[in-house]
Design a binder for this molecule. Structure first.
Ligand SMILES: [Zn+2]
Ligand SMILES: [Zn+2]
Length: 386
């Protein structure tokens, strides 16, 4: 088909620049909402290609939107570009960002011809776990008028419909009272013990939750000195369930474990966050089927992954987008095993030849899927009727 050939040619001509963009973002990791350099580089790449770029949309300085074409079907391609604390781009968001730009550049040339407007939506802070960039952008109207949304996410292997579950991140702050830990221990209120009791209670709770629920966290402040009774301690936890409904059932049980720590020790316990959870992902079947055939046409089939097909994976604020707008979030393999996401070894894999190929393939598969959505009358009408 001519439109698809034209998209492929355009992507080929942009190839080296996209790899360079991915590697630059990888070499300069930035945390959520602090992605100054990445958002500038991404906006520059799109502006240079003739896109209308708005940076700092919706009061989020590192968010952006770039638009091309003037067709009636509006497709949003989401770019993520935040890293993880301490281990850099161990989730490969450099590949997500560059593939989003690549897909949009490839479609730009044929957008008007097939009746498309393409938006690259720069979505900061996916890794934060609560009130992620896409949730705030959705609330503030950045996705208004978009009929369908998509992105690809690097993973050890290709997976069309990963089981992406709901999640909520919150912080716990415990306040007790300092005292000399040996001379006057009876005058102290031990805020570290409050977290120890909470963790014990969580351990017991695990027997009585769904096998698909997840509870995991870190102590971010455990005290200041062993001879001072800890008066200020804190933790960050993430809880996950298959759906937002199940998450709403899990959340109070988990919170009670922290309250138990407060009750037993006499510490005050305050919980913040946990108010804008990530939703489970709904994969649009039509879009997924088209992406599958395009990926297969590029020599990238989706093998049967056995238990991985149904096993809960991670969570993303793209889940929230998928509840508002038909969406897909295919995982694109970078051949990293045994390294998996959120390991430093995975970060190293995100700039290999396999990672660069995933970037190019993901970009083209998305570009071709955009074209298919535009020219498939039935799907197009369904998307535009919403
Ligand atoms: Zn990620
Ligand atoms: Zn991640």
């Amino acid at each position: 088909m001519e439109a698809k050939s034209a998209a492929r040619e355009r992507l080929l001509s942009a190839h080296d620049g996209l790899i360079d963009l991915s590697h630059r973002i990888h070499a300069h990791p930035e945390l959520g909402f602090e992605e100054e350099q990445a958002s500038v580089w991404l906006c520059e790449s799109l502006a240079d290609a003739g896109f209308a770029v708005e940076k700092g949309i919706c009061d989020l300085p590192t968010a952006f939107r770039a638009r091309t074409g003037s067709g009636p079907l509006h497709i949003g391609i989401c770019a993520e570009y935040d890293c993880l604390p301490g281990i850099g781009h161990a989730c490969g968001h450099n590949i997500i960002a560059a593939s989003a730009v690549g897909a949009a550049l490839a479609v730009a040339k044929v957008a008007d011809e097939v009746g498309l407007t393409v938006h690259v939506i720069g979505t900061p802070a996916e890794e934060v776990g609560n009130a992620g960039g896409k949730i705030l952008l959705l609330e503030r109207g950045a996705f208004a008028g978009i009929h369908a949304a998509m992105m690809v996410h690097p993973a050890p292997f290709d997976m069309l419909r990963a089981k992406i579950i709901a999640a909520s991140m919150f912080e716990v702050h415990c306040t007790g009272k300092e005292s000399h830990a040996s001379a006057f221990p009876e005058l102290g209120v031990n805020a570290a013990d409050a977290l120890t009791i909470a963790q014990t209670a969580l351990g017991l709770l695990r027997q009585h939750i769904r096998s698909t629920d997840r509870i995991h966290g870190i102590i971010t402040n455990g005290g200041t000195a062993p001879n001072v009774v800890p008066a200020h301690t804190s933790a960050k936890y993430i809880i996950r369930s298959e759906t937002l409904d199940q998450l709403a059932e899990l959340q109070p049980k988990v919170y009670r474990c922290f309250e138990a720590g407060g009750l037993a020790t006499g510490s005050k316990v305050a919980i913040t966050g946990g108010d804008k959870p990530y939703a489970e992902m709904h994969h649009d079947e039509d879009m997924a089927a088209l992406y599958r055939s395009n990926s297969e046409a590029l020599g990238r089939p989706f093998p049967n992954l056995g238990e991985w097909e149904t096993r809960p994976t991670g969570s993303t604020d793209m889940g929230n987008v998928s509840r508002a707008i038909p969406s897909i979030h295919p995982m694109i393999g970078i051949n990293s095993l045994p390294a998996v996401n959120h390991q430093p070894e995975f970060a190293s894999h995100c700039v290999t030849a396999d990672a660069d190929k995933a970037l190019a393939d993901g970009a083209l598969a998305m570009a071709w899927t955009c074209i298919d959505l535009a020219i498939n009358q039935e799907v197009r009408e369904r998307l535009m009727a919403r």
